[in-house]
Write a protein that binds this ligand. Structure first.
Ligand code: GDP
Ligand code: MG
Length: 369
């Protein structure tokens, strides 16, 4: 059955259609650019270029592994993923720490050793996931690579300092990514705190507070004095409920690398935010140019786990290489395939790097002349 036209396939892979047609001809398939080919042939061609094609697909992101769309009926509620943003020194780290601490149970108190770049907090029995990388770096880097990991942005604005350049930047990022913003007006314990002034400034950037007739939720908090944190968490839950966040947990996992590094004892270690499906120990995975089998997984509290469902961050061991933040992790059915795609990607990166270098040296040459 017809699956995709040569033209569409070439556009998705950014490969010259005549190259694809040549490959098809060598297989004995005569087609023109606007003709459709079947899934088998399309996926064989795709694999030769380091792409994996899945059935029932569409997905325009630059993942190189096109994603399978889930059936509405398979979707189940998932926890919201929150990113904390705001101007330097307005209290992002303090707020995250305070939220984490209020949530640490007696049992865990001594047990938080591992730090994995994301934390799961439970509020009234409901999970909320916070990405620890505060600020814009992660957000921007990931968005630039086509990955979107945030459901809600918490914008921290210090009540004694007001809207500052990075506050505005954060607002713009969140708006561009179409992510709802909840404002945490922090440091209200300070004698010179002026939440109303902050609200006034927010209006100038299109965020009209709810109590002023708009629809931006603003909560007064003090990360240092533990004030307003429950209100903030409650607002986050409310907003999350309205978003009706769902994912299919019963399929091979797909997620995004939040951070990764080389550990001298454990090898490449990557924190993955699972976004679809359930990631399990033993799964064959690929992320960027790294591939392997999930050897072990740890949750945000450092506990060993065997699986991770949508929105849950886990530390993953077993990759061949250190992936980049923002790389998409996909579970495949076959390690050989994972390896061959990873190798083709590496080749492609090398070629692109070389082209970049050649271009630079040519530019230099011309500049000298
Ligand atoms: P970040 O750069 O946004 O991560 O800000 P930090 O969390 O590092 O906080 C910057 C400074 O503000 C630190 O000295 C904190 O102790 C202080 N701070 C953070 N939250 C509060 C607060 O609610 N009240 C007061 N008085 N100080 C705070
Ligand atoms: Mg900080």
């Amino acid at each position: 059955p017809a699956f995709i036209t040569v033209k569409e396939l070439s556009e998705k892979m950014k490969i010259n259609p005549s190259d694809i047609i040549k490959k098809l001809i060598s297989k004995g398939i005569m087609v023109t650019i606007n003709q459709q080919i079947d899934y088998e042939n399309a996926s064989q061609i795709a694999e030769e270029y380091g792409f994996l094609l899945e059935k029932k697909e569409e997905n325009e992101d630059n993942l190189e592994i096109m994603d399978k769309e889930d059936d509405e009926k398979d979707l189940l509620p998932r926890p919201p993923v929150i990113t904390v943003m705001g101007h330097v020194d307005h209290g992002k780290t303090s707020l995250l720490d305070a939220i984490r601490k209020t949530n640490v149970t007696q049992r865990e108190a001594g047990g938080i050793t591992q730090h994995i770049g994301a934390s799961v907090v439970e509020i009234n029995g409901k999970k909320v996931v916070f990405l620890d990388t505060p600020g814009h770096e992660a957000f921007t880097a990931m968005r630039a690579r086509g990955a979107s990991v945030t459901d809600i942005a918490v914008l921290v604005v210090a009540a004694d300092d007001g809207v500052m350049p990075q506050t505005i930047e954060a607002i713009n990022h969140a708006k561009a990514a179409n992510v709802p913003i909840i404002v945490a007006i922090n440091k209200i314990d300070k004698p010179n705190a002026n939440p109303d002034r902050v609200k006034q400034e927010l209006v100038e950037y299109g965020l009209v507070p709810e109590d002023w007739g708009g629809n931006t939720i603003c909560v007064n908090v003090s990360a240092q004095k533990n004030l307003g944190l429950d209100d903030l968490l409650e607002m986050i839950l409310l907003e999350a409920e309205m978003l009706e966040l769902k994912a299919n947990p019963n399929r091979p996992a797909r997620g995004t690398i939040i951070e990764a590094q080389l550990d001298k004892n454990r090898g490449p270690v990557a924190t993955v935010l699972v976004q679809k499906g359930t990631l399990k120990t033993g799964d064959v995975i690929i992320a960027g140019t790294a591939y392997g089998k999930v050897r072990a997984m740890f949750d945000d509290k450092g506990r060993k786990v065997k699986k991770a469902s949508p929105s849950i961050p886990v530390e993953v061991l077993g990759l061949s290489d250190v992936p980049k933040a923002g790389d998409i992790l996909v579970v495949l059915d076959d390690e050989k395939k994972a390896r061959s795609i990873a190798e083709k990607r590496k080749e492609k990166f090398r070629e692109e790097e070389m082209m970049q270098k050649q271009k630079i040296s040519l530019d230099e040459l011309f500049n000298q002349i």
